[in-house]
Design a protein around this ligand. Structure first.
Ligand SMILES: Nc1ncnc2c1ncn2[C@@H]1O[C@H](COP(=O)(O)OP(=O)(O)OP(=O)(O)O)[C@@H](O)[C@H]1O
Ligand SMILES: [Mg+2]
Length: 168
């Protein structure tokens, strides 16, 4: 707990306003291009905030072709896509009881790929310290506030670079 709290204090944060689905996807692409095996992205936000769209961008940034079926893994909890690295797309929205253990999700975290978790707040205490948190908030029909907080050596520079890049 203490270590998690310390990591939180050291998070680097940037806020991006998106005014269209395409902008949110482009931000996902920007992030996806910079990801490496073992990276964990945790997405939180209400229904329709844009978590899946952002994930679609990440997949595209990792070389998954557009239209390759990146959508919420509603019944299976996890989808895997083949990009430059494998992408494990987990959605915990419908998570019940012991399903998480059955999924063996921790193996994904240590695997060869990038793990993107929608509704990650459900396992907030169990996420690795080094990760990128993305909170998406709906501010209007087309307007979203995305707050990205990077933890650890992997994600501080990424968030800094994003802040330098300014609005997408
Ligand atoms: N600026 C925007 N960014 C992202 N999505 C937007 C934006 N403006 C409108 N939208 C719309 O909001 C919806 C976002 O849907 P998406 O499935 O990505 O959300 P989600 O957070 O994954 O929802 P769920 O909780 O159901 O998984 C899409 O229909 C998209 O077209
Ligand atoms: Mg979704």
């Amino acid at each position: 707990m203490e270590r998690v709290a310390a990591a939180k204090r050291n998070g680097k944060k940037v806020t991006v306003i998106s005014t269209s689905p395409a902008e949110t996807q482009r931000l996902g692409i920007w992030v996806g291009r910079r990801l490496k095996p073992g990276d964990v992205i945790s997405l939180t936000g209400d229904m329709g905030a844009g978590k899946t769209l952002f994930t679609r961008g990440i997949a595209e940034g990792l070389g998954v072709l557009r239209g390759q079926g990146v959508r919420s893994p509603t019944f299976t909890l996890v989808h895997e896509y083949k990009g430059r690295h494998p992408i494990y797309h987990i959605d915990l929205y419908r998570l019940r009881g012991k399903e998480l253990e059955e999924l063996g999700w921790e193996e994904y975290l240590c695997g060869e790929g990038v793990t993107v978790i929608e509704a990650a707040e459900k396992i907030a205490q169990r996420l690795p310290e080094e990760r990128l948190d993305v909170l998406l908030e709906r501010e209007g029909a087309q307007r979203r506030r995305l707050v990205l907080v990077g933890y650890g050596r992997r994600f501080h520079p990424l968030v800094k670079a994003l802040a330098m890049r300014g609005r997408c």
